[in-house]
Ligand binder design. Structure first.
Ligand code: GLU
Length: 507
């Protein structure tokens, strides 16, 4: 294979959807797997759809997800610049080449006249298409002499260059995922390639020219671009570049959790899960939540995305980025849409929670504790983290799961209290107070053995006494192993909480 060079080519028209991150990821993995390069190109030739902050959002998202760019915007490289708006001067030459070879033509139709034709077609129940059937009766260079064309351009008429789509030709394309795709050109219209109004190419021309100039070997992008493929293939041909045309792979759609329809940017708000990698605040102040802010680990996010469309061919579900870089291949990318599941996303995060070293999680938890005004050693915090992490999906649940370690209960769960704090149990807790008061070693194991022996000796009901002790220390029937709690609370705090419970609950 020739040198693999792939590109992720987003348009900065808003925040990057998770489908876009998946496209970037598959490009990145394909590059890594094949010893190639991953390029970030910003396709910002549509000035009307440009959104402030979107480009930064794209680069921040890739950085957070651990998708490193080898070449491109923000990194530089031998094919710079990588932002299409900075390559403006390059494209006209190619548009003119297409006019010279009769593969394209100048069109002078005004937006108003096009709109009128659209309305007229609609009133007949048809859709207007600028194509082989009508081009010979419209205001374009196919129907004007060379002199007239020159004259209109020099007097300042606005013009566009349109591709002259061949009539009734079967285009046969090969897609690495969809295999052979055939389209008859009579179903396609004459797309605009270049506009004099802003001296800018449209997506189609800029995309083809840049893929050629940047020596892109494989175009891996979302399925929504498949309808553009015939035009792209014909553009390569018309420019005489068929021999070095990249290979194409169109990725399956991401579907809504119901499996019905494409996952849209609005689904997240409607169904309560993020569809964006990072939180996004639109220029008008509208806020959309992000995976990062919701507490997802980037590794879990990437793992989830990797499996939305690709499968390893085994039952394995947990993959590090390094493993994905070794294993990814396009022939294991499916054709049919991949259904997004918010529950599965959480499941992945929980798996990474359990895999992460306690020290790493503690480092994430320390700032939360600090903010709550808790002073604690790293060592003790880590012990608490090790106890609560089996119950947590997100680090942002740690405080809720562990606050009783830091703050003594001042209320006791009523249901638990009425179930256990009755009969002789309070007296047994008073007796246990004495047992603990005379105990020196408060480490979990020995303490458990001592209390269990005391309960057995006295023939007390084990479950009831333990639940009462838990109620006194935690305030509810929840939390990790009771003696781990006691050993972290220390003797003094344990006794003080028992005394407090005896006082309040006995009233
Ligand atoms: N600029 C296009 C987009 O926003 C790129 C499509 C392609 O990869 O060719 O997705």
């Amino acid at each position: 294979m020739e040198k693999v060079r792939v590109r992720f080519a987003p348009s900065p028209t808003g925040p990057l959807h998770i489908g876009g991150v998946r496209t970037a990821l598959y490009n990145y993995l394909f590059a890594r797997r094949n010893g190639g390069e991953f390029i970030l190109r910003i396709e910002d030739t549509d000035s009307q759809r440009y959104v402030e902050g979107a480009e930064k959002y794209i680069t921040d998202s890739l950085a957070w997800a651990g998708i490193t760019v080898d070449e491109g915007v923000g990194v530089g490289g031998p094919y710079a610049p990588y932002r299409q708006s900075e390559r403006k001067e390059i494209y006209l030459e190619y548009a003119l080449r297409l006019v010279d070879s009769a593969n394209a033509y100048y069109a002078f139709d005004t937006p108003e006249s096009l709109e009128e034709m659209r309305i007229r077609a609609e009133s007949r129940g048809e859709t207007f298409a600028y194509n082989y059937a009508v081009r010979n009766s419209l205001d374009n260079s196919l129907n004007l002499t060379e002199e007239e064309v020159k004259e209109r351009i020099s007097r300042g008429d606005q013009w566009v260059i349109r591709f002259k789509m061949p009539e009734n030709e079967e285009v046969v394309m090969n897609d690495l995922i969809r295999e052979e795709v055939r389209v008859n050109t009579s179903t396609l219209d004459d797309k605009v390639l270049y506009k004099s109004a802003d001296s800018l190419p449209t997506y189609h021309l800029a995309n083809i020219v840049d893929d050629r100039l940047m020596e892109i070997s494989h175009v891996i992008r979302g399925e929504e671009w498949l309808p553009s493929l015939p035009l792209h293939v014909l553009l390569y041909r018309a420019l005489g570049w068929s021999d070095s045309m990249p290979q194409f792979a169109h990725l399956p759609l991401l579907l809504k959790p119901t499996g019905q329809g494409k996952l849209s940017k609005r689904d997240g708000d409607k169904m309560g899960f993020p569809v964006f990698p990072l939180k996004w605040v639109s220029p008008s102040g509208e806020v959309s939540r992000g995976y990062r802010e919701d507490g997802y680990f980037p590794e879990a996010f990437i793992n989830m995305l990797a499996l939305l469309g690709w499968n390893p061919g085994t039952e394995q579900e947990i993959f590090s980025m390094e493993e994905l870089e070794r294993l990814f291949s396009l022939d294991r990318v499916g054709k049919s849409g991949a259904r997004f599941s918010p529950d599965k996303a959480k499941w992945f995060n929980a798996q990474y929670m359990h895999l992460k070293p306690d020290s790493e999680l503690t480092a994430l938890f320390m700032p939360v504790l600090k903010e709550k005004g808790i002073t604690i050693t790293e060592e003790k915090a880590q012990k608490i983290v090790s106890l609560i992490k089996p119950r947590a999906t997100f680090v942002n649940e740690f405080w809720e799961l562990s606050s009783f370690f830091f703050v003594a209960p001042d209320r006791y769960d009523e249901k638990t209290a009425s179930k256990f704090w009755k009969g002789e149990n309070p007296a047994r807790i008073r007796e246990l107070y004495g047992v603990l008061e005379s105990t020196e070693d408060f480490s979990a194991g020995p303490l458990h053995d001592k209390v269990a022996a005391w309960i057995t000796e006295n023939d007390y009901p084990m479950g009831q006494v333990m639940n009462c002790l838990r109620l006194a220390l935690v305030g509810a029937a929840k939390g990790p192993d009771l003696f781990e709690i006691v050993s972290i609370l220390s003797k003094e705090e344990t006794l003080s909480r028992m005394a407090k419970a005896l006082e309040i609950l006995d009233k």
